[in-house]
Write a new protein. Structure first.
Length: 314
């Protein structure tokens, strides 16, 4: 456990981080979450630095509060995006889909807070050793690119393994999940899927509707055979990918088939042949609200729950 609170470390009001979602979380969503007292996050995904530079310029006009930039490390532009984060003095850099080891000293020297998203204790400890300010421990309930452990088992093991604040992610969409995360020893939560339907989220309306229509079993994992498992809402693309994997198609053929599919769903609204990445908590997301309403609802439900907590042993 860490002595300094996550809110102190990141200079935010509430320990609620908006998950970085490639092709989706832009300056509008991130500013709305930061203005609500959480940490809004712009996702760089596979975009080139020029596109992200525009978003970073935009957010400075939308909020005075700290915000984050999520750097997807499998991106061919990751080096440029890190250089941009340093140039633009982004307050917090979060990383996903790889180890940010080679960037850590430059980011630290620039005074940027570094919060790697990690799927294992070993990686959390490595990140702590390299100077990470906090880690996001992301379980396989999350949407998009995932590891193998569940949030329930990953979070307490990471909490036991490091002395920096741990942010729980994967499967958290309401105050109950928030309370569970704190019970597991987390210092904060990261929420992605619920913010997909936020009024300030610019993802295609058909993508939002698919989240609102989702039930508990609506998501599945494709890409296990390529080494890049991804959780999505099951649709025709998902079934085609799973069939390709079953028939022993090469990882290259599968990755080529899936390339560009997230953009297709998120930007063009092709929810049949696009990749509708979402977490298992999609089944908990029932209504479109503003980011401020989502943050307040998480806090209200959390506070009520912990103050009236029944003794299950009575
Ligand atoms: O990064 C994510 N989730 C993502 S990234 C993304 S964009 C994308 N688009 C197309 C195909 C694939 C991805 C969509 N969702 N979450 C954080 C996360 N990081 N989950 C798992 C990891 C991770 C995995 C391996 C972090 C580090 C790691 O390190 C391996 C190593 O290098 O030791």
């Amino acid at each position: 456990m860490s002595a300094k609170s996550l809110c102190e470390v990141l200079s935010i009001t509430y320990p609620i981080i908006q998950g970085g979602m490639a092709w989706i979380s832009d300056a509008d969503l991130a500013a709305a979450v930061s203005n609500a007292g959480g940490l809004g996050v712009i996702a760089a995904g596979n975009a080139p630095a020029s596109v992200i530079a525009e978003q970073l310029d935009k957010i400075k006009n939308l909020t005075d509060r700290p915000y984050g930039l999520n750097v997807m490390l499998m991106s061919p532009f990751a080096d440029d995006i890190i250089a941009l984060a340093i140039e633009k003095k982004v307050p917090v850099v979060l990383t996903g889909a790889g180890s940010p080891g080679k960037y850590m000293s430059d980011l630290k020297a620039a005074g940027i807070k570094i919060v790697p998203v990690i799927p294992s204790v070993a990686l959390a400890r490595r990140m702590e050793g390299l100077g990470a300010d906090a880690v996001v421990a992301e379980g396989m309930e999350a949407g998009g690119h995932i590891g193998t452990l569940t949030t329930m088992t990953l979070v307490p093991q990471v909490v036991d393994g490091v002395d920096i604040p741990v942010i729980a992610a994967g499967g958290i969409a309401d105050g109950r999940g928030m309370a569970a995360a704190f019970a597991l020893g987390a210092s904060g939560i990261q929420v992605g899927t619920r913010f997909l339907v936020a009024t300030e989220c610019n993802v295609h309306p058909d993508y939002k509707q698919m989240i609102l229509d989702a039930k508990d079993t609506s998501t599945g994992i494709s890409g296990n055979s390529t080494g890049h498992p991804v959780r999505v809402i099951k649709n025709r693309l998902y079934r085609q990918l799973v069939a390709m994997e079953k028939s022993g198609e090469s990882p290259e053929a599968i990755e080529t088939f899936a390339a560009g599919a997230l953009r297709k769903a998120a930007v063009e609204g092709d929810i049949t042949y696009g990749s509708v990445m979402a977490g298992q908590s999609a089944g908990l997301v029932h209504k479109a609200e503003s980011s401020a309403e989502i943050v307040q609802d998480l806090l209200n439900q959390f506070r009520k729950l912990v103050s009236d907590f029944p003794d299950p042993l009575k």
